[in-house]
Design a protein around this ligand. Structure first.
Ligand code: SAM
Length: 297
């Protein structure tokens, strides 16, 4: 549960990756509340709306090897992508730290009749065992951003080891904050939030540290009884010029980048990129076979 704190201990400017405040995706109560946000079709806060996911899956079908390739959806949330891919014939493993989203993903796979080919488990993508291995790994909706740079490299390196020779990692990367740089503050009276149920004054602010390319979104709830709770998510964004180096540091080679979910090439002007990267060597140090590029881009 979010820690209840004294107002005097609340920093005026949030500290990046503050362990005392950073959203704990693995907390059962948070995961339960987040699940409702993932499934809410009125916004794209935690997962995209279903129509958007459908569009993305059509795009992924062009970027992935053909079914029945083995795919790992790392940070799969409620399995919106994984179950659709299993319906297309892929063998998909979904991992996420959130227990409620994984329970939902399993139920979703059962209802879709693909429980045998879409399997889900609670696991941290930073500490997955090096087997089984996959033809493709997905990091969808800004999974890497929630880690400091050094942990991003470590996570990518670990995931890269799970790729079969010729396999590819497809990662969505955010290049700029989804709000204007500067400080934005807002408030509302809510009956519940990620911070808890019950009437509360919900204050939010977002700050962008241009020098370190960090974006922090923070929520502070003041409950009717006077308790104060806080949660924030820090995003370490990636400048376009950093992209090849980030993946190279993890033993991966960027094969191409796209402007978000479009087929157009990525550029420094994009808000987000879909990066297609390949392992530069197999687990024994052998050079990986180069994948055949798809003409469609
Ligand atoms: C913004 S959601 C995206 C979910 C899903 N990819 C989608 O687009 O529907 C981010 C997800 O990453 C998960 N997550 C965050 N850190 C993780 C970690 N270290 N290991 C596994 N999952 C993680 C969260 O629990 C959450 O479900």
């Amino acid at each position: 549960m979010p820690r209840v704190l004294r107002l005097s201990s609340l920093p005026e400017w949030p500290h990046p990756f503050d362990a005392a405040a950073e959203l704990d995706w693995s907390d059962p109560a948070i995961s339960r509340r987040l699940l409702a946000e993932h499934l809410d079709q009125s916004h794209d806060g935690a997962s995209r709306r279903e129509t958007e996911v459908d569009r993305h899956v059509r795009r992924l079908r062009r970027l992935l090897p053909d079914p029945p390739a083995a795919v790992l959806d790392a940070g799969c949330g409620p399995g919106l992508y994984a179950v659709r891919l299993a319906e297309l014939g892929y063998r998909v493993d979904g991992v996420d730290v959130g227990p409620a989203v994984i329970r939902h993903a399993r139920g979703r796979a059962r209802r879709a009749g693909v429980a045998g080919s879409a399997r889900f488990r609670v696991a941290d993508l930073r500490s997955l065992p090096v087997s089984p291995r996959y033809d493709a790994i997905l990091l969808i909706y800004y999974i890497l951003e929630n880690l400091p740079r050094r942990s991003q490299v470590a996570a990518l390196r670990r995931l890269g080891r799970l790729l079969r020779p010729g396999g590819r990692l497809i990662a969505e990367l955010r290049l700029r904050p989804d709000q204007l740089p500067g400080r934005i503050s807002a408030w509302e009276v809510a009956s519940s939030s990620l911070l808890g149920d019950g009437r509360q004054l919900l204050l939010s602010d977002s700050v962008y540290d241009r020098a370190r390319n960090l974006f922090i979104l923070r929520e502070i709830a003041v409950f009717e009884g006077g308790e104060v709770a806080v949660q924030q998510t820090t995003s370490r964004l990636t400048a376009y010029r950093e992209v090849p180096g980030l993946f190279a540091a993890a033993g991966l080679r960027v094969a191409r980048t796209h402007d978000g979910w479009t087929p157009h090439p990525g550029s420094p002007l994009c808000d987000s990129l879909l990066v297609v990267a390949e392992a530069t060597s197999g687990p024994s140090g052998r050079r990986a076979a180069a994948p055949r590029p798809r003409p469609s881009g």
